[in-house]
Each structure stands twice: as structure tokens, then as C-alpha cells.
Write a protein that binds this ligand. Sequence first.
Ligand code: MD6
Ligand code: FE
Length: 227
Amino acid sequence: MTRASRAAQEELFDAASAPAPDREQLEPGAFVLRAFAAEEAPALLDAIGLVAQAAPLRHMTTARGWRMSVAMTNCGDAGWLSDRSGYRYDAIDPQTGRRWPAMPEVFAHLAARAASAARFAGFAPDACLINRYEPGTRLTLHQDRDEQDFDAPIVSVSLGVPATLLWGGAARTDRPRRVRLEHGDVVVWGGPARLNFHGIDTLREGHHALTGSARFNLTFRRALLRR
Ligand code: MD6
Ligand code: FE
């Protein structure tokens, strides 16, 4: 099937609101688990609130000095950071001078279950990046390559207002396909798709009973090599 006809077919599928399959394969190694986190969502959002009390959501700066539109914080042993010196993981939150808050049990458990559902057994994330998107914010096309361990998958949980994932290929120039991510959807990717380019299109105005105008995303990763 060509890209165009596949896109057309996906649109038809949306329009007819046919029951979505539980595990949608984007390509080998990359899966969308529809509504996988819907039940835990209220608990996840409560835990986000607690993490953000200890390590506030903030707008980081890129190496080139741009302020990121998405607000971020972390929990777990390693937190993802961006500043004038580039991207890296650090155990310490530079804003508080303390370690990032511990990964809540409900987070770690959900991430491991989602990985298993996508046939990645034994996923034990040490890093959770928390992203908050407000209308008009976006995440440009990028690869996740700051981790020491590319063998582990990445588990990404969408909460609140829906967004469009731009799912690219191995090269930045591969035309991304558009994947709508709704409240509770979980994306798992690893193996051959681990370094694919991806991003989030500009968030539209919307409302969700649990998050208001915002979308939250939890990205679970294995940042440090297992000892
Ligand atoms: C987001 N996610 O969904 C941004 N990265 O808000 C990511 O950048 C991402 O969803 C690696 C793996 C899964 C992801
Ligand atoms: Fe990413």
C-alpha cells in the first residue's frame, strides 16, 4: 500500500469510528496500545501533581538558546535535561539542587505492563520525562538518542487533550505519518524502530475533564545501563 492510500484508509477508519484494534503496529517494533492507560489515568495525573510539587514543570532551553514551548519535569533515577550545553541525563534537578522525585509505583508498573503487551519483556525504566503541552505548543521532529541503552524500548503515555504524533522514519527527511493519540493511549517502540524520528504537531485548543486545556505525556526510558 502506498503512503497516500494508507493515510486515506486511516482517515476512513477514523471517520467510521470503527472499533480500534488493541495493539496497532506502526511498523516492526512500534505499537500503539489504545486506551491502555485509561483506567489508571486519574492516579497517573495525581502522581504527576505530586512530582511537580517537588520538581516544578519548567521550560528548558535548547543548545541554540530557544525556549522550549512544552513544559517539562522528571522523576526517577535520571532526568532528561536540555540547556545551553545540550541534552543529557542527570540525577540532580538543576532547579532544586536535589535528586528528581522517585518514580511513583503506579508509573513503573504501568510502563512495565505496556512494554510486555508490546512483547518487550522485563522493561525497568529509570527515567520518566513528564511533558505538559498547552494549546499552540509542539515538539519538533527528533530522535531519542541520549540514552546509554538502546536495547530497551520507550513507553509513552498520552493523557488529556488529544494530539497528533508525527511518526517518521530512520532519516530526518522521511515524510512522517500522522497518528492521533488520545487520552490513555500508550505508544511503545524499540528494536528496529528505536531511533525513528518523531514529534508532536502543534496542540489544538481542546478540553478534557481531567486536564483542562492541557495534554500530558509520560515518556519512560532506560537512560542508564543496567548494573
Ligand atoms: C510526546 N513523545 O508524546 C512526545 N519519544 O509528547 C516523544 O518524544 C517520544 O512519545 C520517544 C518515544 C516515545 C515518545
Ligand atoms: Fe521523543
